[in-house]
Design a protein around this ligand. Structure first.
Ligand code: CP
Length: 311
């Protein structure tokens, strides 16, 4: 089965079977000492990652960089399109064709849904979707699952409440599909205008899950095993006045946490912009910084598998 990873594009979580995701998580577990700098590796020595970020990023870009570097590989690319020939009008297809010739694997973040699929069409080397518009963020999903698995062991039957911007949030699009595959119970909490799109609901339904929907977090938080919080993404709203109507709808603070399960965990793909109060960071519920670190071993596993250095 693992031989199937070599040369594979990582565009959507739908590209993976449950067995393949389990394998990525198992390999990622073995990468932890290298990710922490406790062990050295030259597994990807001689390999180059093309890192093409057309949108801002802290965690995804830097964790791909450190994952490649700690495995002995190199990274080249850009962190904003203004520094590349895109600023002169070069198309995504041409940019990808060029970087494909310089690198062994490409991580691409782009504001348009479907950009990674288009890039995969033009590249011979593996394309890893590092977030495409309001589409998908499959490597984020892998690290989210890695975090949940570490905290909760079994994902079957756990109650995951996903709250915030479910319409534009690519992390929840990928994650809800994967969680449904693993048998988790899902509750989607958002204002009606930001509820989960029909396409994701259909996908979740097709896996035999019947998600709940609500606009009140207070109504459902007491039953949550995992509270997955997301930022309302100002940059995705075509009309800024629509953003103003929903900004600040949800805030996780100590008051909200009074009635939650003792072992409930709070996750967030980050960045946060006020939806989790800083005092929550000191509670045992807060797992979002560990979650962000988990991006390193998980991206090591993905890079190693698609480049064929790991089995
Ligand atoms: N989680 C995530 O994608 O964060 P960045 O935008 O900082 O990469």
């Amino acid at each position: 089965m693992s031989a199937g990873f070599k040369g594979m594009d990582v565009v959507s979580i739908r590209d993976f079977s449950r067995e393949q995701i389990e394998h990525v998580l198992k390999v990622a577990d073995k990468m932890v000492p290298i990710a922490k700098g406790e062990e050295r590796s030259v597994l990807l020595e001689g390999y180059v990652l093309g890192s093409l970020f057309f949108e801002p990023s802290t965690r995804t870009r830097l964790s791909f960089d450190v994952a490649m570097t700690r495995l002995g590989g190199r990274v080249l690319g850009f962190d904003q399109p203004t520094g590349a020939s895109v600023a002169k009008g070069e198309t995504l297809a041409d940019t990808v064709r060029m970087v494909d010739a310089y690198c062994d694997v490409i991580a691409l973040r782009h504001p348009q849904d479907g950009a990674a699929r288009l890039a995969a069409h033009f590249a011979d080397k593996p394309i890893i979707n590092a977030g495409d518009g309001a589409g998908q963020h499959p490597t984020q999903t892998m690290l989210d699952l890695f975090t949940i698995r570490k905290e909760k062991k079994d994902m079957e039957g756990i109650n995951v409440v996903l709250v915030g911007d479910l319409k534009y949030g690519r992390t929840v699009h990928s994650l809800s599909e994967a969680l449904a595959m693993f048998g988790a119970q899902l509750t989607f909490v958002a204002p009606p205008s930001l509820q989960i799109p029909k396409e994701q609901l259909k996908q979740v339904d097709s896996m035999g899950q019947k998600p709940k929907m609500n606009s009140s977090l207070q109504d459902v938080v007491a039953d949550a095993d995992v509270l997955y919080v997301t930022r309302i993404q100002k940059e995705r709203f075509p009309d800024p006045s629509e953003y103003q109507k929903v900004a600040g709808t949800y805030r996780i603070d100590l008051d909200l946490l009074k009635n939650v399960k003792r072992d409930m965990i709070i996750m967030h793909p980050l960045p946060r912009v006020g939806e989790i109060a800083p005092e929550v960071d000191r509670t045992p519920h807060a797992k979002y910084f560990e979650q962000a670190f988990n991006g390193v071993p998980v991206r090591m596993a993905i890079l190693g598998l698609v480049l064929g250095g790991l089995k």
